[in-house]
Write a new protein. Structure first.
Length: 185
């Protein structure tokens, strides 16, 4: 690999990452998703539920791209340790809004094994919302282990670890404005 490409690499904690999705690519995709959601929910007042921590940046940009009357809330779930999903989902902050009879859009930064979202879908169905749709910025189809219908997908990506735009590696890298992929060498 040439020196010029290598100089764009960044270090997050002990690992090296290379540019993967630019700020511009992310912003134009988020705008498109916002327009699509705006069309689909005309005349409705959905509640967006983002899954913390990773989704906070995507949620902020997506909601400003949706020209709709809407509400929002957050839950905090976690399943990841380091570079891999632990397979066990812990709820650290639960649902604080009454969602019975409401249209729900769940906002995820990334769907990897699908364990987190599968678990959360089962939880919220108990509260009898009118409808539930799923929006994710990133989707790794090769990692998926649960049957899931994703309604809004930003990018389908290879099964490689990524950081930035809210996504972390052991809590580092969330504030990077673009998305970087782990260098595999
Ligand atoms: P899942 O339960 O395996 O689908 O994983 C979902 C959660 O794991 C996401 O909300 C992220 O917080 C985290 N995650 C999955 N893949 C990555 C990655 O490539 N980079 C950083 N976090 C990830
Ligand atoms: Mg994470």
């Amino acid at each position: 690999m040439s020196e010029t490409v290598k100089t764009n690499r960044i270090r997050v904690l002990d690992l090296e990452f290379e540019p993967f999705l630019s700020k511009e690519q992310i912003s134009s995709t988020v705008d498109k998703l916002g327009k699509q959601i705006t069309q689909d929910y005309l005349g409705k007042k959905p509640i967006f539920i983002a899954i913390l921590n990773g989704s906070y940046v995507f949620m902020a940009d997506l909601l400003r791209a949706c020209k709709l009357e809407c509400e929002m809330t957050f839950v905090k779930l976690s399943s990841y340790q380091g570079l891999e999903s632990s397979g066990v989902v812990a709820t650290q902050i639960g649902l604080s809004l009454d969602i019975r009879g409401r249209d729900i859009i769940i906002v995820e930064d990334i769907i990897d094994t699908g364990t987190t979202i599968h678990h959360f879908l089962q939880q919220i169905k108990k509260f009898e919302p009118a409808s539930v749709k799923l929006a994710t910025l990133l989707f790794k189809p090769k990692a998926l282990q649960h049957p899931l219908k994703i309604d809004y997908t930003g990018f389908e990506i290879p099964n490689r670890f990524v950081v930035g735009y809210g996504l972390d590696y052991n809590e580092a890298g969330r504030n990077l404005p673009a998305i970087y992929q782990l260098v595999s060498e």
